[in-house]
Design a protein around this ligand. Structure first.
Ligand code: DON
Length: 558
């Protein structure tokens, strides 16, 4: 397979951009925001010990794998958006999971072509080949100042010393209790005699510590070859999975050129395919650029944003998938002209029913995002996932690694909605070695005065969270508002505005319904946005964690 990675081969593909103003003085200090206090503290420890933002990102990634075992981990993948201040180099490290070589288009369907729903969600058949361990090695080697062993040390310590069970942990474990019970190795670590452990209990992850140590000592081979790989393959196959040693040996991260856009003077740098995030975000912004959104009434603003969302999520279904497998008309989708075409059917006074757009069809606090700026101005925004809480719930015995269920992000049966209600298209059909389409949207927002790193979990609602935060950035509001603001979302299908409790008032709802929208309040709030921002003009840093989650955001003096 042509999946060569790293220096040399891909260096030619990397876009080096130096923005005006980016050579301005260094930030007054570093800022870190992650979804867990222990991960934020670990990243700060790495910065204190001479690491740069990239080292700190490796530490945060590995520590989150230990302290938020339901949210991300060595058994999963993610996207790391990097900015190196010295030369303006920006890149997205694609550590997304990959379909195993024996995967087939219809592997989750029965003989009648019906979906066997749990098959792409629970157990080893739901798991793609993980990318996070390869990304830890790659980012340290190519961008860091420190050794992998140094960067992984806090995670190993937490795995050995144990992590406290919180109420949030309990909620996640209740949700996945049945799947965890099916996997004796996972149940032994994450459950207490088959049940959810008590708040305050300590969970020790000795096997995970050993696996992290292998990775620290042997690099890629420590996970993708040798004893750990053997355990992963034997464990998955004994439980009905299809992984092979070759699948693991073949895995490599891919460096991809980020997606770029410009909205009202804000430079937007975001996730490239196989994430739908950057193209979705820029398409929505390009569409909105044709309207006076920021001075509009609330009803008008929501209407215009929702109509932009509807059209961008339709594009997602039609065009987006792993760019190594499908031809994505990237330039066209990102062009202003495309946005103008999309806007031709946009009535400023009326909702456009999704089914009226030529062709109909269409991803909580599992998954995690962190944002880091170091005192030299290097930045990392990373969104990481194992998909469901505790992924597939399956842990190959002796590995300590919970495997993802990211295979469900493929169109497991084109035309049927996945766990996030997204209806996938041909471009996202399963093929061996292909990466499932994602919504993860780590993003940089930049003007000459301000630089922000943002992102959030939330399945299909990630991209619209980042859109709303971008609108708030343009409005000059502070990150405290972006992370806490009420959220609403439209994803083309189902054809309705979904909104957090209290996000849309009775009067606004009435006006939107009169315009033809279907408006549905959700039972719960969603997302766990993590933001850091450098006010270059005022030489001030800001960091915020979403109040919906239990994260920690810190501004550290230089
Ligand atoms: O890559 C994706 O789009 C999904 N696997 C992300 C899942 C997610 O954000 C779940 N969070 N609630």
């Amino acid at each position: 397979m042509m999946r060569a990675c790293c220096k040399g081969v891909l260096a030619a593909l990397l876009l080096v951009v130096t923005f005006p103003g980016s050579a301005a003085a260094d930030p007054p200090g570093a800022a870190v925001a992650t979804a867990h206090p222990l991960a934020t503290e670990a990243a700060l420890e790495t910065l204190d010990n001479g690491g740069n933002a990239f080292d700190a990102a490796v530490t945060a990634t590995a520590t989150l794998a230990v302290v938020e075992p339901y949210g991300s981990g060595l058994g999963g993948g993610g996207f790391w958006l990097l900015h190196r201040q010295a030369d303006g180099h920006q890149v997205m490290v694609d550590g997304r999971e990959e379909a195993p070589g024996a995967a087939t288009r219809t592997m989750y369907q029965n003989d009648d072509g019906e979906l066997r729903e749990r098959d792409s969600l629970d157990g080893p058949r739901a798991a793609g080949i993980p990318g996070t361990p390869a990304a830890l090695v790659h980012i340290t080697r190519e961008y860091g100042n420190r050794s992998l062993a140094e960067n992984l040390a806090p995670a190993i310590r937490h795995a050995r010393e144990g992590i406290p069970v919180t109420e949030h942990y309990q909620r996640m474990a209740y949700f996945r209790r049945d799947a965890l019970r099916e996997s004796p190795a996972a149940a032994a670590v994450f459950l207490d005699d088959g049940d959810v452990p008590e708040v305050g209990d300590t969970l020790v992850q000795t096997d995970l510590a050993l696996t992290l140590e292998r990775l620290a000592d042997d690099g890629l081979a420590g996970f993708y070859d040798g004893a750990v790989a053997e355990r992963l393959v034997a464990g998955t196959r004994e439980a009905g999975g299809i992984w092979t040693r070759e699948d693991l040996q073949d895995y490599a991260v891919v460096e991809r050129e980020p997606v770029r856009g410009d909205y009202r003077g804000v430079r937007v740098t975001s996730a490239a395919p196989p994430s739908a995030g950057g193209i979705g975000l820029v398409t929505m912004l390009n569409t909105l650029a044709g309207y006076d959104v920021h001075d509009a009434t609330e009803v008008q603003r929501i209407h215009l944003q929702v109509e932009a969302m509807r059209r961008a999520y339709r594009d997602r279904r039609l065009y987006l998938g792993d760019p190594d497998f499908v031809d994505i008309p990237r330039e066209r989708l990102l062009s202003r002209e495309h946005a103008r075409n999309l806007a031709q059917s946009l009535d400023p006074e009326r909702a456009t029913p999704s089914e009226a757009l030529e062709d109909a069809q269409g991803g909580g606090r599992n998954t995690t995002h962190f944002s880091i700026i170091d005192a030299d101005g290097n930045r990392v925004g990373a969104t990481l996932s194992i998909n469901y809480p505790f992924g597939s719930g399956f842990m190959p015995p002796g590995s300590g690694v919970v495997l993802n269920n990211e295979m469900d992000d493929f169109a497991t049966r084109p035309g049927e909605p996945n766990a996030y209600g997204l209806v996938g298209g041909e471009a996202n059909a399963i093929e061996p070695g292909k990466r499932p389409l994602s919504s993860m949207t780590p993003t940089f927002l930049e003007t000459d005065d301000r630089v922000a790193v943002i992102g959030s979990p939330g399945g299909s609602r990630i991209i619209t969270q980042v859109l709303l935060a971008t609108m708030s950035f343009v409005d000059g509001l502070e990150p405290e508002f972006w992370v806490s603001r009420p959220r609403y979302h439209h994803q083309y299908l189902p054809d309705r505005i979904q909104h957090e409790p209290g996000a849309i008032s009775v009067d606004t709802r009435r006006a939107l319904v009169e315009m033809g929208h279907t408006v549905r309040p959700m039972l719960r709030r969603y997302g766990d946005m993590q933001v850091v921002m450098w006010h270059r003009g005022e030489s001030r840093m800001a960091a915020e964690s979403d109040p919906r989650g239990g994260g920690k955001a810190v501004v550290a003096d230089d």
